[in-house]
Design a protein around this ligand. Structure first.
Ligand code: IPT
Length: 975
């Protein structure tokens, strides 16, 4: 006789969403009087399989004294110092064999037990529910030995009725959590797999006559200025809105003049729903969302999404986020001009949406659904197209919509992410349309758009967005009439993204293109004792997707990356640009709703070599779309050096998300220039002085050295070895950079894998041959040929040195040889200074990092930073830290300073390791400072693009190998 063994209990692998839970209902913050939070230390036992232990542990009094403990809410893999397994990261692939709905025998299972007493003032009577806000991926629950049921749907709430089971003291709550279940097939989001009870568990008292589910309908008619309020409630009651003088029965409508809610002016009215037994606090925002004339409109106006995709992430606690972290996210977004969030790819913690209501963000609320791994099987067996799974999909749709329906910030529902196409999605869409006709639907994965009200793409390049904007993209007729958004674009992995400003221009040009959501908000780098922050593979996963999990605008510790600073600049809601006349500025209000009355405008005059001064500017309180030209105060032109105006729009008073004085937008123009378009360019513009000639002295050859003015060179190689008293290791041509994630590109776009193609060419191992070191009457000419082994391609570089008593001038010319098909990573010179030269000052773009296609946020002015602060600590080390449009840079050791002036303006990088060391490092902790500060003085850099997942560098930001000439003047001065 043969026996067949199905491991684990059946509920794990059936397709149902679970058993025993109550129907979903609207969420609201419960008062402490009726809520007993069950967070804290729980008893915990981890088993390697689902059936390693029977259910005896769930009985009250079961001896758990030899169990471990862990904190709830939390993921067990992030606790216990490795004793509870480890996180694992995959992007698309399922980390187990694809055989839906079956799961592997190896199914880490965490038994959680906690006992609790009811508080002495726990209300009498009524009933109670036990609420789970989020458990990954499948739970079975017992209270006092009675099984309550099972559930799946990790980032969705589940409630169980428990009233009759409660005792005043000694209640035992037992929860068995399995890492893998049929639900895992629906949760293949690109993120760490993190099992556990990761959101709160609470006991909620439900008094006799408590409110059940309720729906707040609060629309706004922009023509009349009237709001219409109706609250439908399962349990009848009254709704009061004191500020509006409203007191109406549930189910009844009231029409009153109101101030509308929008993300810029998030006007909320405090209200209350009172049923016989309960008073529910409401915060009502009146607004109407509609797709009209092919545009997505709120309150009658086209809106523009300046958005981000937000996963819930904290480097120490994974997807367990406290309220302070959620608030920090919203504040950081608002302070960086972000006005929209897509909750990729599941409903966030419910309190996050309260913050969005309160502080003002448009939200695309996405259902917890992704079946991306079926892409690897040509979508065969995709649960989104299999009727047997539809109940599970509908359950997820309902739990999302019912929980979040009363948030004014939620303006679109999204069916999920990357789940192919199919009947299940259509069923979800029909259910949502029926349940909530007030919000349009989003889903990106179906090009037919049959179930959606907006056309959405991810990572479309600029040309395609332009075609869509011109409605020249063809496609099905229904789709051609829809507004367009990029639910993901500008992949913020590592250094980048490039090309944001060009996207924004398209969004502002074509009304159909209503903006997008940068991928993504934060790097998911987990705290790690050895690596600093860990990414895929760092926990020994057998299948993983490496650093692809670190692709955010924030570093894991929530430090804004240069990409976020760039984004904030590009999406400014006030445009400040040079005006038509000299010394005048054009100010345009790009808000969709707000006027400029909340802003204070100032202009600051800053000259290279003179102290800055600031004046306020009179700007009328323009309405949305309004524009005005304003003259700047007259100032004498500085005698020397260049001068710039910086005009700022700052908050005139404090707002809930930023203090008074916070700068929202700024713009620059050269002061006293006759041609306002003449800005960065070459010396002479904007009053920029020409580079000193530094000529006249003759080179002298002595003891194997060539001495020229303040400099000494090795006679044989022509390499500079000393400048004034400072030992330097001579500048030589440098064309390579430690590849960025975007240089590496994506596996599915081999042509954009520049890093691989650069290394196949050998750009990381260029050989330098000296073809001549020739002193002339007043120059030293060093001719070199720089080329990789195995190739006939080369760059001929001539370094022509001249000097006066103090200044050393270097004129470089570069001539490519052969047929260069690839762009160069960079083109410039690299030199080394002693490590004590750790303080930098420069006049040019700053204060932050900037590259050719990500330099909108670089403000021309005087900046200073220590060398150690110049770099960006990307989780996986790569090229970083360049400063753009630098006129001069100076490094000093406290006594002596080395100054470099350039013509044209140059890109400047200083760090304590070489590009080669940077490229070899896998984690930041691999980088240790050496005895040299390495400077890269670049004539040009190749752009960044966002080819790690999306388009590469735009043609105008490509660094083509072609003849080039540039010059620097170097000097060393001792105080
Ligand atoms: C897209 C996913 O939707 C998102 O979750 C994330 O994985 C992103 O890419 C890349 O970081 S899907 C991609 C294969 C286009």
């Amino acid at each position: 006789m043969s026996t067949s063994r199905i491991p684990g209990p059946a509920y794990l692998e059936d397709r149902s969403p679970g058993t025993g839970a109550l129907p979903p209902r609207a969420w609201y913050p419960e008062s402490d009087a009726t809520r007993l939070g069950l967070g804290g230390r729980w008893r915990f036992r981890l088993s390697p399989t689902a059936d390693a232990h029977d259910e005896a542990f769930a009985r009250p009094g079961h001896d758990t004294s030899d169990w471990a403990e862990l904190t709830v809410p939390g993921h067990w893999v992030l606790q216990g110092d490795g004793a509870f397994g480890a996180p694992a990261y995959t992007n698309v692939a399922y980390p187990f064999p694809v055989d839906p709905p079956r799961v592997p025998d190896e199914n880490p299972t965490g038994d959680h037990v906690r006992t609790f007493d009811l508080p002495p003032d726990w209300p009498d009577g009524g009933s109670a529910v036990l609420r789970f806000e989020g458990v990954e991926s499948c739970a079975r629950v017992w209270l006092n030995g009675h099984e309550l049921g099972t559930f799946k749907g990790s980032r969705l709430p589940h409630e169980f009725p428990v009233g009759a089971l409660l005792r005043p003291t000694g209640n035992t709550l037992a929860v068995r959590v399995h890492q893998w279940s049929s639900g895992s097939y629906l949760e293949d989001q690109d993120q760490w797999w993190l099992p556990g009870i990761f959101r709160e568990v609470a006991l909620l008292h439900r008094p006799e006559g408590a409110a059940g589910d309720f729906s707040v309908h609060a629309s706004y008619d922009h023509r009349s200025g009237l709001g219409t309020l109706r609250v439908d409630s399962e349990v009848p009651g009254r709704v009061t809105v004191p500020e509006l003088g409203l007191d109406l029965a549930t189910g009844e409508s009231a029409v009153v003049p109101v101030e509308a809610w929008n993300a810029e002016l998030p006007r909320l009215y405090a209200a209350q729903l009172a049923t016989a037994g309960e008073r529910v606090p409401l915060r009502i925002g009146f607004r109407t969302v509609a797709v009209e004339d092919g545009l997505l409109k709120v309150n009658g106006r086209r809106i523009l999404f300046r958005g981000v995709n937000r996963h819930e992430f904290h480097p120490a606690t994974g997807r367990t986020l406290d309220l302070a972290t959620m608030r920090e996210d919203v504040l950081l977004m608002k302070r960086h001009n972000i006005n929209a969030v897509r909750t990729s790819h599941y409903p966030p913690h419910p309190a996050f949406l309260d913050l969005c209501d309160e502080l003002g963000l448009w939200v695309i609320d996405e259902c917890d659904l992704e079946t991306h791994g079926f892409h690897l099987t040509d979508w065969r067996g995709n649960p989104a197209d299999d009727d047997r799974w539809t109940p599970a999909l509908l359950d997820r749709a309902a739990r999302t919509v019912e929980r979040d329906k009363n948030h004014p910030s939620v303006v679109l529902w999204s069916l999920g992410n990357e789940s192919g196409t199919g009947r299940g999605l259509t069923a979800m869409a029909s259910w949502i349309r029926e349940r909530d006709p007030s919000r349009p639907l989003h889903y990106e994965g179906d090009p037919s758009c049959r179930d959606t009200d907006v056309y959405s793409l991810m990572y479309a390049d600029h040309a395609e967005v332009d075609r869509i904007g011109r409605r020249a993209d063809g496609g099905p007729e229904h789709r051609a009439r829809l507004p367009f958004l990029l639910c993901e674009y500008a992949h913020a992995m590592g250094n980048g993204p490039g090309g944001l400003a060009e996207y924004q221009r398209l969004f502002e040009t074509h009304e159909r293109c209503q903006g997008g959501f940068v991928w993504e908000w934060i790097d998911h780098g987990l705290d790690h004792p050895r690596f600093g922050h860990a990414y895929g593979g760092d926990f020994g996963e057998e299948l993983h997707d490496g650093a692809f999990v670190c692709d955010g605008l924030l570093l894991p510790d929530r430090t804004p990356s240069p990409g976020l600073t760039e984004y904030a600049k590009v999406i400014e809601p006030v445009r400040i640009a040079p005006g038509d006349g000299p010394d005048s500025v054009r100010i345009t209000n790009l808000h969709d709703f707000a006027d400029l009355s909340g802003f204070l405008f100032t202009c600051t005059h800053e000259a290279d070599g003179a102290g800055p001064f600031t004046r306020t500017l009179d700007v009328p309180p323009l309405g949305p779309g309004g524009s005005v030209e304003v003259e700047l105060p007259p100032v004498p032109r500085p005698a020397t050096g260049e001068a710039w105006w910086t005009v700022r729009a700052s908050l005139a008073g404090p707002v809930p998300w930023a203090p008074s004085g916070h700068t929202v937008a700024w713009g620059q123009l050269p002061a006293g220039a006759t041609d306002p378009t003449d800005s960065a360019g070459s010396a002479g513009s904007a009053g920029r002085p020409a580079l000193p000639r530094a000529r006249g002295l003759a080179p002298r050859v002595r003891d194997g050295l060539v001495v020229l003015g303040p400099a000494a060179f090795e006679a044989g190689t022509g390499r500079l070895i000393r400048l004034g008293g400072v030992p330097v290791s001579g500048p030589r041509l440098d064309v390579w950079r430690a590849p960025t994630d975007n240089d590496r590109g994506a596996p599915w776009t081999p042509a954009d894998q520049l890093a691989r193609r650069w290394s196949e060419l050998g750009l990381h191992r260029m050989r330098h041959r000296t073809d001549g070191v020739e002193p002339t009457a007043d120059t030293l000419e060093v001719r070199t040929r720089v080329a990789p082994a195995g190739s006939a391609l080369a760059l001929r570089a001539v370094l022509r040195w001249s000097a006066d008593a103090e200044l050393l001038r270097l004129d470089v010319t570069v001539e490519p040889e052969g047929d260069w098909e690839l762009p160069l990573p960079r083109l410039g010179v690299r030199m080394g200074l002693p490590s004590a030269f750790g303080r930098a000052r420069w006049f040019g773009g700053g204060p932050g990092e900037a590259y050719p296609d990500s330099r909108s946020a670089a403000r021309i002015g005087l900046h200073r930073l220590n060398v150690d602060a110049l770099g960006t600590r990307y989780v996986r080390p790569q090229e970083n830290g360049a400063r753009a449009d630098v006129r001069w840079a100076q490094l000093d050791d406290g006594v002596t300073s080395v100054r470099i002036e350039g013509d044209p303006a140059f890109s400047f990088t200083a760090r304590r390791w070489t590009s080669e060391q940077l490229a070899a490092a896998r984690h930041r902790t691999d980088l240790t400072p050496g005895d040299t500060v390495w400077l890269n003085l670049d004539h040009a850099q190749h752009g960044l693009g966002s080819a790690s997942c999306g388009p590469g560098v735009l043609p105008e930001h490509r660094l083509t190998a072609e003849p080039a000439a540039f010059a620097f003047v170097l000097s060393a001065r001792t105080a």
